[in-house]
Write a protein that binds this ligand. Structure first.
Ligand SMILES: [Zn+2]
Length: 183
């Protein structure tokens, strides 16, 4: 940040008094511009042990498969954001179940929060950000054509949980540079 979004004056980067890390400060109006991680909310949608994936119609990772998920908006709960993204990308209105995968990616300051959800009305389709949506059995998942490591991590847990027969919350710390940052 170069200029204060509150008053327009030039900002300076330094550690505020009583803090322990550099921030963008505005000495004119006194605003401290904190930057914090972004939350990406989405759903692992199941129907009869098949998972709903979307083929991306947008960059990055155009043409690769992903779970319906996207940046949470202000004023939403995580659950609302997960369902909104699932509608926008997969035209599905599943029944939300438990929070299923939480992935921290400190290298890019993002947190993925994926809910487990069940498709009970059999309806899905393609929103504007998807070329195609499709239900995949665990044996059909296109592991080499997945858009993000976070998606692969979540599907790996799903496959394992389906084999065991119970779902549990998985918290994953992923330090590896995500696929999206390398293209
Ligand atoms: Zn200012």
């Amino acid at each position: 940040m170069n200029f204060c979004s509150n008053c327009g004056a030039a900002t300076i980067r330094r550690v505020p008094e009583g803090d322990n890390r550099p921030r963008d400060l505005c000495d004119q109006c006194g605003t401290i511009h904190y930057q914090n991680p972004k939350i990406i909310a989405g759903c692992v949608v199941l129907e009869n042990d098949k998972v709903l994936l979307c083929k991306r119609a947008i960059e990055p990772r155009y043409g690769l498969w992903t779970l319906p998920a996207g940046f949470m908006e202000n004023g939403e709960t995580v659950a609302q954001a997960a369902l909104r993204e699932t509608w926008e990308e997969a035209r599905a209105t599943p029944d939300l179940d438990q929070l299923y995968v939480v992935t921290s990616i400190p290298t890019i300051s993002q947190v993925y929060m994926l809910y487990l959800a069940f498709l009970t009305n059999g309806q899905y389709g393609s929103g504007p950000e998807s070329l195609e949506t499709k239900l995949f059995s665990m044996d059909e998942i296109p592991w080499d054509e997945l858009a993000f490591h976070t998606v692969r991590d979540a599907l790996t847990q799903l496959k394992s949980d389906l084999e065991i027969g119970t779902f549990s919350l998985h918290c994953i710390d992923r330090d590896e540079t995500p696929i999206s940052a390398r293209v």
